[in-house]
Design a protein around this ligand. Structure first.
Ligand code: SAH
Ligand code: SF4
Ligand code: F3S
Length: 497
């Protein structure tokens, strides 16, 4: 097996081998630059007998990391000669880029894979693939091999650059090709991405997570924290600016840990460097952890004019005992003090958070601490979840006497409180003129344009689609819980109505 894996990794394995591969463990994280041509040259698909190109669809679940990985995989597929498909029936390759963070995300994927089975009968050339965080779970690998054998290829989060070869092997194999690495062997640079958006772009600054919150599967699916080199990040941002991108979002599970593994650079220093790149107008980042949100970072946020006034700062719970059992490394008091420091340093900052209700054994009183914290902080928005036990995480073994019906009721109570706060915060903007970076037509209503404020509020207004990519002034007229309806008050020079 080792021999076969070595051959496969070195690109010496010929298509058609039809081998099921197990997990293996590369353990040195080196940074490798890959030439896209080298990655794809042996795996060109050409065209079908009809002269039509081969087509792909990637179905993406989960966080921005996954959205961004999808752009990388789309880049690889396009370099192989694949083109995007508009619908499942037209696709020759359907890939599920999955999320494992909660059980319902996983259930959705298995449901979809089941639903697509008949397509395989109709189109024997169709290849089905599963990648992303679910693929890293041993239980999922076993389940796919045993219960969903019509899935042709499974690979993980650490070897997405191997997609061209794995897909080629899968096309010629009768058996499921499974190649999942336990650890990242290399931080792969330079794979061109087929980015969805030309105005906003995601930029990875860090992969993995070392925090091991007891409920969370991410450290297991994404591996240890690894920072990209600042020069690689800056080069990417400079290229994006040259391509006309206006807003970048720096991505990592704990961006404020950025650089700890490199030694010479901090996230604050990186932000200052990125802030100096001409052409970029807005810099966002996600996610930051309250625990090591340093004064140096707060100062950098206050100083850097392009860094927006929005911080996503997941609190998870307002109760210290629960936070301790979550291994969150911050207390309620620490969090509240941090919020004060941030609000003092960055006037008008909008704060959003993540909250889990129904953690194993959470009492009514402990839940009320969360509600009280939400009332006290007055978040602009919160992503709220019912605790979902995850395979092999410590919390999955904690005793839990809270019935699901009670957890659901708590989620609803929390949401009611937060929705009212979100609405009140938005209503306070009525009549104000805000800067909106126009993203294009609204996805839900093509009659209006959509864009965001620096504080990440979605604004809808009427205007010419030619304004896309520009920052315009909009007066907020009808604030709602999730959106702000407004009217354009100023057009940039040279743009006609
Ligand atoms: N790195 C980020 C979070 C990434 S996961 C951070 O630490 O802030 C996104 C969110 O999913 C988490 O903030 C948490 O609220 C939620 N989450 C993670 N694991 C969960 C689980 N097992 N059940 C319910 N929600 C969970
Ligand atoms: Fe999960 Fe905690 Fe890491 Fe966030 S910091 S990804 S919640 S382990
Ligand atoms: Fe989900 Fe993986 Fe992101 S588990 S939240 S897709 S890191």
């Amino acid at each position: 097996m080792e021999n076969l894996i070595t051959k496969l990794r070195e690109g010496r394995l010929q298509p058609g081998a039809g081998i099921v591969f197990g997990t293996h463990r590369p353990n040195t994280a080196v940074r490798t630059s890959f030439d896209i041509d080298a990655l794809t040259k042996d795996y060109q698909v050409g065209t079908k007998a009809s002269g039509e190109p081969y087509r792909y669809i990637i179905k993406t679940y989960g966080c921005q990391m996954n959205e961004h990985d999808t752009e990388t995989m789309a880049g690889l597929l396009q370099a192989m000669g694949y083109r995007p498909a508009k619908e499942d029936a037209e696709a020759d390759f359907i890939l599920f880029n999955t999320c494992a963070v909660r059980e319902n995300a996983e259930d959705k994927v298995f449901g979809e894979i089941g639903r697509l089975r008949p397509l395989k009968t109709r189109n024997p050339e169709l290849v089905l693939g599963l990648c992303g965080c679910m693929a890293q779970e041993k239980g999922v690998q076993k389940m796919v091999l045993e219960k969903f054998p019509w899935v042709d290829v499974v690979f993980g989060t650490h070897n997405i650059h191997r997609l061209p070869q794995l897909l080629t092997n899968a096309r010629h194999s009768q058996e499921t090709i499974l190649e999942v690495w336990d650890k990242a062997a290399e931080t792969v640079e330079d794979i061109p991405k087929a980015r969805k958006d030309h105005i906003r772009a995601w930029v990875n600054v860090q992969y993995g997570c070392n925090k091991f919150c007891t409920y969370c599967i991410v450290p297991y699916t994404r591996g240890a924290e690894r920072s990209r080199l600042p020069e690689d990040i800056l080069q990417e941002v400079q290229q994006l600016a040259a391509d006309g991108v206006k807003e970048i979002t720096l991505l990592g599970q704990n961006v404020n840990d950025y650089g700890v593994d490199l030694g010479s650079v901090t996230f604050a220093k990186l932000l200052r460097q990125v802030n100096d790149v001409d052409g970029i107008e807005r810099i966002r980042f996600t996610t930051s952890n309250p625990w090591n949100f340093t004064d140096e970072l707060i100062q950098a946020l206050a100083d850097c004019d392009k860094v927006v006034e929005h911080i996503h700062l997941p609190v998870q719970s307002g109760n210290n005992q629960i936070l301790k059992r979550m291994n969150r490394s911050h207390t309620r008091e620490f969090y509240l003090e941090l919020v004060n420091k941030i609000r003092t340093a960055i006037p008008g900052v909008s704060l959003t958070t993540d909250i889990i209700v129904g953690f194993p054994g959470e009492t009514e009183e402990q839940f009320l601490d969360t509600l009280r914290l939400v009332e006290e902080v007055q978040f602009d928005n919160a992503f709220t979840f019912i605790y979902s036990p995850r395979e092999n995480t410590p919390a999955a073994k904690f005793p839990d006497d809270v019935p699901l019906s009670e957890k659901k009721a708590r989620l609803q109570r929390l949401n009611e409180v937060q929705y009212a706060i979100s609405l009140a915060k938005n209503q306070a903007l009525a009549g104000q003129v805000v800067d909106v970076l126009v993203e294009g037509e609204s996805k839900t209503n093509p009659d209006v344009l959509a864009g965001r404020t620096r504080t990440n509020k979605l604004v809808l207004f009427q205007g010419d689609v030619g304004l896309t990519g520009q920052t315009v002034s909009v007066r907020i007229e009808q604030p709602k819980t999730w959106t702000l309806m407004g009217t354009l008050v100023e057009r940039p020079e040279g743009v006609l109505a």
